[in-house]
Design a protein around this ligand. Structure first.
Ligand code: GUN
Length: 282
């Protein structure tokens, strides 16, 4: 039987509708959630992501402010800006779009953001809170993945989840969130020999490799739940890390690319911004 498709675009749209109401209520209480995005340089992919964030914010009534800076900006100047944003009562969420120019240390910037405004969920304090199972601002893509699974009432507890990828943004935190939900988690990565021997035992497979179409039905257990985090541009069109046409024959559930995890990442960013505006993250 062909897999059920988990449509992230539709789910994100549904979530935004609910958030619109939440924002309206906050505004009635005199609080307008505000997200400030810092965009450095002119990387076309970053510009496009930031544009998506702006559009989604507008839709739910979150005020978005995009600060564009030249690649030549110094780390010191950027840290100074972050300090000003940290002290600005009207700013609830701060997001510095990655990647940064080489002369700026990513970790210095991430750690400079006030954890209560860290809507990316990248600050070590928020990561630590996530690891200890506390309520906090969660990294958007992993949070979006868990929300997608829950939207289909997919049971996570007791399942074997295999994560391919170990980035700080996706792989590591999604494994942790699955563990928090009582899954048994295996991490695989570029140095893992015989990848199939792991993926074929996965009830839930999270693929974040950054290589187009590598995971086909041969890698899957029957009725696996397959979440494709890949966003690769091949001949001008977007494609995931999973060979969708092949994998959908064997999986029980699968996320497409586009219209899968991508829109959910942005929806969770909005959710985090509202949470930060409510002051629930301290
Ligand atoms: N660049 C690519 N994805 C992300 C993300 O989720 N957050 C930030 N800040 N930069 C990114």
């Amino acid at each position: 039987m062909a897999a059920t498709i988990i449509n992230g675009k539709e789910l994100a749209q549904e979530l935004r509708l609910g958030m619109k109401d939440e924002v309206k209520q906050l505004k009635e209480q005199g609080v307008t959630p505000q997200l400030t995005v810092v965009l450095i340089g002119d990387n076309p992919a970053s510009k496009s992501y930031v544009n998506g964030k702006r559009k989604a914010s507008d839709e739910v009534g979150i005020l978005s402010n995009i600060i564009e800076l030249p690649t030549s900006i110094t780390e010191e100047k950027l840290l100074q800006l972050i300090s000003e944003l940290n002290n600005d009562q009207d700013v609830h969420g701060i997001l510095v779009q990655l990647p940064l120019p080489e002369h700026i240390k990513e970790q210095h910037i991430i750690e400079a953001i006030d954890p209560s405004k860290d809507v990316d969920g990248f600050h070590p304090i928020n990561i630590g809170r996530m690891m200890t199972g506390q309520d906090t601002l969660l990294p958007c893509t992993p949070y979006g993945i868990i929300t997608m699974l829950q939207s289909k009432n997919i049971q996570i507890a007791g399942k074997h989840a295999v994560v391919i990828g170990r980035s700080n943004i996706v792989g590591k935190p999604v494994g942790q969130l699955l563990l928090n939900e009582n899954a048994t988690v295996t991490y695989c990565h570029s140095k893992t020999p015989d990848l199939k021997s792991y993926t074929r035992n996965a009830d839930i497979l999270i693929v974040a490799m950054g290589i187009p179409n590598v995971i086909n039905e041969d890698y899957l257990k029957d009725d696996a739940i397959v979440i494709d985090v890949g966003i690769n541009r091949v001949n001008g069109s977007l494609t995931g890390d999973v060979d969708f046409e092949s994998a959908k024959n064997k999986a029980a559930y699968i996320t497409p690319v586009p219209k899968g995890v991508g829109p959910m990442t942005i929806a969770m960013l909005l959710k985090n911004t509202i949470k930060a505006a409510k002051g629930l993250s301290d």
